[in-house]
Design a protein around this ligand. Structure first.
Ligand code: CDV
Length: 315
């Protein structure tokens, strides 16, 4: 997809590799075979970069409370690639396809992050992004039909939102709940980002306010389309959807243009590759006009955004 004018010289064919549910007892090698099947389809369709979802190697385990996190260490990766994921890295390099992959990371010194790695077409690691906004709760809340214990299983990363030169452009990452915060996109927009890769696991049922349930699909696209448009960037949102261990999750993976328009969208709730040609030069139309930051932004009147966390109402 391009702006309808000149065809860009920096067009990247991107695939959002949506996953259906991953069962609690599904082995890592079995999941990796599913990832490689999507990679094979990507190769057949000429895709250069495949984006996989958040926590793409396991079921969404933060739905289960535990007193003892170490009893859940098997859900985390201690190295990337590791023995089970090496076949994915090998397959991607052989096909000349880059990818982003979300997984649970356990560091050597015992820290736990919700991480995404970005790998170039030659197999080299470009960057590792650790989720910044960790939603949900950390204590046992058994009244919920299922829990969202990300704040028990993961630390908030203080690394922030980087942007890297890769795939012929400027690429950034964010993870699931990060996509709902405008600061996420603007932090990357201020580094000139042209393509943001976002994996997500979003249950349809939101226990703190079930009134939002029917709006999940709308809110998903609303925040990513706004982030794309307001920063003149492509956004790839890729889901783990379908009903996983009894929990129905949003699919609706989408590739969104710098205009805010949806260029391609998933039709199913299962494993599906959504493909679009992303003209990175199209970003300039927005970055150099309405959203010419250097000309129009007023950071001197936005001070509360970094100085203040919660709301302080006027007297
Ligand atoms: N995995 C997530 O970060 N999920 C969150 C919550 C709120 C369900 C989300 O924002 O989609």
């Amino acid at each position: 997809m391009s702006d309808g004018g000149t065809t860009g010289t920096r067009t990247l064919r991107v695939g959002a590799a949506q996953l259906g549910p991953i069962a609690r007892d599904e082995s890592r090698p079995a999941v990796v075979r599913r990832l490689i099947a999507l990679l094979d389809e990507a190769a057949d369709r000429g895709v250069e970069l495949v984006a996989y979802p958040e926590l793409a190697l396991t079921t969404f385990f933060p739905r289960w409370y535990t007193d003892d996190l170490s009893g859940h260490d098997h859900y985390y990766e201690r190295s990337m690639p590791g023995p089970d994921t090496q076949p994915l890295f090998d397959a991607a390099r052989q096909r000349g396809i880059g990818f982003s992959l979300g997984y649970a990371e356990l560091t050597d010194d015992g820290h736990r992050f919700n991480t995404t790695i970005l790998v170039e077409r030659d197999g080299s690691t470009v960057a590792r992004f650790r989720k910044v906004h960790i939603p949900g709760h950390d204590g046992d809340e058994p009244w919920r039909p299922f829990q969202h214990l990300e704040r028990r299983y993961f630390e908030e990363s203080n690394d922030g939102f980087g942007v890297w030169r890769a795939f012929g452009g400027l690429v950034g990452m964010a993870t699931c709940n990060d996509r709902r915060w405008p600061e996420t996109y603007r932090e990357m927009g201020l580094q000139g980002v042209e393509l943001i890769l976002i994996g997500y696991n979003t249950p349809i049922h939101y226990a703190p306010d079930p009134g939002q349930n029917p709006l999940q699909g709308f809110h998903n696209h609303l925040c990513m389309q706004a982030g794309a448009y307001q920063n003149g960037t492509w956004v790839v949102g890729v889901a783990k959807g379908g009903t996983e261990e009894g929990v129905e999750s949003l699919a609706q993976s989408a590739i969104i243009a710098p205009s805010g328009q949806i260029a391609a969208q998933a039709l199913t709730t299962g494993d599906e590759l959504v493909v679009a040609d992303c003209d990175l030069d199209w970003c300039r139309h927005y970055k150099e006009t309405l959203f010419d930051f250097a000309r129009y932004r007023r950071p001197e009147v936005y001070r509360r955004i970094t100085a203040q966390k919660g709301v302080i109402e006027p007297c």
